[in-house]
Design a binder for this molecule. Structure first.
Ligand code: AVI
Length: 317
């Protein structure tokens, strides 16, 4: 349980720095990675089970149906490196299909997840060399390998790629190239462009779980930074940005109001929004362009039966 600290120093505290910076901008914004405190992560888990949120179901069906193709693509004796491992549920599906996988390197900033996932996978696959790395996958870091010379494959499922802006996505792809080597492979899950109603329903579900997920960010700022956001005076909205090809989550101010935090006051006009997340949607062509800009090309493209979601197998350019 986190408690309010009245002497939060934004120079030292990254969350405070991001919040103050984001709320001071002309178009207010908050980085989406802060959505995932304990409650936010639990709400996101709930989202993945909603009827309207087709992404997880569609990707899982591809992983199940293409298990053999994925194993051929990754080749035998490989080390799987997972970027943003989370609970690692999809990883088990991949590992179970691979031929003689040698190792598993989960990378995640959430140490609780990382320890639990590593333990579960190590006990299910006892011959696997498991080496967790507690890092934000956008940081620059090295991946230790076991020196065996087996092939390496990166795994980045869940459409988290869509939450990155172009520069972040290119940086990650470039870093993956460095980690995985010239002979490396990568498997990346990406949500595909489709009719806007379907997209918006996935990010504004009828049960209000996504709304609670988005509003929880204000609750987190209240709890951890001692702010006085009144949650009932903000509303969750999902919007389609046609230029960015992204669903955006916003928190809309329902009245003129002021909010204080860390000895600063922020004014909100009626209808002014805080942009909290972008989920970019790709076509196979636009994803190929992104992959190439990060040093990779698409060698395999798998989709679910309804062509909602894409799983792409990448090799180096
Ligand atoms: C984690 N990420 C891929 C989710 C998405 O679809 O962009 C986060 C999410 N936001 C609202 N619903 C789900």
């Amino acid at each position: 349980m986190l408690h309010v600290n009245n002497s939060i120093d934004p120079v030292e505290n990254e969350f405070a720095r991001d919040v103050i910076g984001g709320l001071s901008a002309d178009a207010k914004t908050l980085p989406s990675r802060w959505l995932y405190d304990e409650r936010g992560s639990a709400l996101f888990e709930e989202i993945t089970k909603l009827d309207e949120y087709y992404l997880t179901r569609a990707e899982t069906s591809i992983l199940q149906e293409r298990q053999r193709d994925i194993a051929d693509f990754v080749r035998s004796d490989a080390i799987l490196v997972e970027y943003g491992a989370g609970a690692g549920v999809k990883t088990e599906l991949v590992l179970a299909g691979l031929r003689d996988p040698r190792g598993y390197v989960p990378i995640d900033i959430a140490d609780a997840f990382l320890a639990e996932t590593s333990k579960r996978i190590a006990s299910r696959f006892p011959s696997l060399w498991v080496r967790p790395i507690e890092r934000n996958f956008l940081d620059v870091f090295e991946v230790p390998f076991d020196g065996s010379g087996g092939g390496r494959a990166g795994f980045f499922p869940g459409s988290t790629m869509g939450n990155l802006n172009t520069i972040e996505a290119q940086t990650l792809l470039t870093q993956m190239g460095r980690h995985l080597g010239d002979d490396g492979r990568a498997i990346i899950g990406v949500d595909l462009q489709k009719n806007v109603d379907t997209l918006l329903r996935a990010y504004d579900d009828s049960a209000g779980v996504t709304a609670a997920f988005n509003l929880n960010l204000l609750e987190r700022i209240n709890t951890e930074l001692g702010a006085d956001f009144r949650l009932e005076q903000f509303k969750h909205v999902a919007r389609w940005n046609e230029i960015e090809k992204a669903v955006e989550m916003h928190l809309v101010s329902l009245c003129d109001q002021r909010v204080t935090l860390c000895e600063r006051t922020f004014l909100f006009r009626t209808s002014e929004t805080i942009h909290t997340e972008s989920s970019r949607k790709y076509t196979p062509e636009s994803f190929e362009r992104l992959a190439r800009s990060g040093g990779w090309r698409v060698a395999e493209a798998w989709q679910d039966a309804d062509a909602l979601f894409g799983l792409f197998g990448l090799i180096r350019c």
